[in-house]
Design a protein around this ligand. Sequence first.
Ligand code: ATP
Ligand code: MG
Length: 760
Amino acid sequence: HHGLAALKLNELNERQHEAVTAPPQNMLVLAGAGSGKTKVLISRIGYLIRAHHVSPYSIMAVTFTNKAATEMRHRLEAVMGHGTVGSQFSNHGMWIGTFHGLAHRFLRTHFREAKLPESFQVIDSDDQHRLIRRLLKSLNLDEKRYPAKQIMWYINGKKDEGLRPKHIETYDPNEQVMVKVYEAYQQACDRAGLVDFAEILLRSHEVLATHPDVLSHYRKRFRHVLVDEFQDTNSIQYAWIQLISGGHPGGVADELDPSYVMIVGDDDQSIYGWRGARVENIHNFQKDFADVEIIRLEQNYRSTANILKAANAVISNNSDRLGKDLWTEDKEGDPIAVYSSFNEIEESRFVVGNIKKWQEEGGSLSDAAILYRNNAQSRVLEEALLQAGLKYRIYGGLRFFERQEIKDALSYLRILANRDDDAAFERVINTPARGIGDKTLQTIRDAARSQSITMWQASGRLINENRLSARASGALQKFISLVDQLEQDVSELPLHEQADQAIQASGLKAMYQAEKGEKGQTRVENLEELVTACKQYEPDENMEEMPILSAFLSHASLESGESQADDYEEAVQLMTLHSAKGLEFPLVFMVGVEEGMFPSQQSADAPERLEEERRLAYVGMTRARQRLFITYAEVRRMYGQEHRHRPSRFIAEIPEECLYHVKLTTSVSQPAYRSSSSSYGSSTGYGSGSSYSSQPKAATNHVKFTGTGFSLGQRVMHAKFGEGTVLNCEGDGEHARIQVNFDQFGAKWLVTTYAKLTAV
Ligand code: ATP
Ligand code: MG
């Protein structure tokens, strides 16, 4: 019964049907979002097996994420019967996976040809970074001049282009140094049997290119290669496909029959240009592969007419498009709700309020996705969701308080609060690197264990008893002084200044700033966002008695201890716009849609980058099936600073008739979503009596001068900072904070109860 009927070909439209049932040939399916590209690709595999009796063994399917690969496997098994597709690891069935996953599998089989030890290890970017730093030291290169992260970025970029050091010719002395490090790095990896991500692809490409017997084996085996999200392939991935399919004119084994390649993609959804992806590969494919049949799909099955019209209008502002018309038979649907919030906290409450409403009206939590431009934006949303008791899952990432840089920073705060916190001690003692090696650390651990004291205490003793080398002892003493000094400097400051100073004085921020590339920038942003979190933090009633730092640390560990919702649990999906590619949800929120956030500041002035941001907006909007909310904040505290942004140009690019501007009839945020469709504009439903009625939080941030006992402009005296003038006050009671402009030290925020200010 798993015959052709199971493929349900009658559910396909004419063009889709044509693509799925075409005779074996090279094919390019070029089509906009939600037009069924992925569906066609999966059906095509089924059709090849069922109608053309192609063995699954001779099919390779490339997806963009591991998750997509798993899903494709499940969908194929559902159509064709269990066991037909082959397990992920068996060599008999189909190969389905990401480029990296498949190339890795290839290397495991051909480790000898690849000149790798059988037990070769794959290293991640952290390992890679550490290795490069060690090399810089042994090569006597100044890390300030040649930051390890920058070199790592360089090496990976070259590998993505398929280039080894010997291929790089340069007269730029700076680049010559980088090439030298690349060479040393590669030698070190080869000696130790280590393979980084970019190396997986490059190395397997080299094996294929230099071993005609291996190449011929795989060419004979894989008669059908299918690639989803082709617009985001990079050079080496493209070359890999060419080689394995025989599509390379003048390749080593041209006498072999070529395989058939089907690629599906959408140039309007190319969003990884910054990481080396080349949308030109779509053009190249038509030149490099023989007799390519181009099929365009134009009917969208995902979104309502309104959402589609809006997305089409936004992307039409880009130049150099291959050009696609996209239409739908779907109903018009609700207008896109645009909401202007006072600040980011209110924005997150608005989102959560509407998700609750959706849930109350029978919708599933898993239907809802919140999409943002930057990783750090998740923090405020996570807090609002936790507060509302809604389960959530961060797709393709860690929750805010679980991120490496946040844990680093919190560990500094923990050691300030408690020197005996061994876990924090271990985490920060050599982060950033300050010359305390594993050996010293082991000595400290041993001493602590044998004398049943903490590592901090053991460190002091080891120094006093001269039991460390002079170098180790000096480095350790420096660390101890750093922590002691830091505590002295910050103990009287308000929480967010404590955090800010700890991040700076410890060298953490500088360390992550030196990481070039997107990851380093994200980490710095997250650190700054931690400062904002401290500023906004207000202790629960049961923690009010504690010092605010301890209270905050408990809050942070409670939040990170709350584990991600399990896979089977219903949960709101949070993710960056980038990781939403290929997915769809009935209810979508795009948040932080402001100039300077999205499009980002850096891209606003560079036309090419701006167009990539616009494609990202297109990807975001086209994830929505039924309802789309777009929100922006008038004031946003982000990365520790307050910003005022205008609404994003992408909102202005949406035709007005597709929009509904959510206006609140009271000063209180109300959900804009209502169950009966297209009744957004009505005056009912947004007034009082709604399920969502708390006061905007921001008000408490602006309570003036209650509870501090001081008034604006008053002259005051502080034991350490001397005389100053009161600029501002916030909150009251134990957590009242006061901003004083000190004559000698400038403006500082102080916790009033600790500051012991006296009137002058
Ligand atoms: P993206 O560009 O976002 O990756 P896509 O082109 O891959 O989108 P799919 O995810 O394959 O599109 O399909 C979008 C939605 O439309 C899916 O829910 C799919 O099941 C549905 N769909 C596709 N074709 C049809 C059809 N002929 N009839 C009914 N539903 C369809
Ligand atoms: Mg798709």
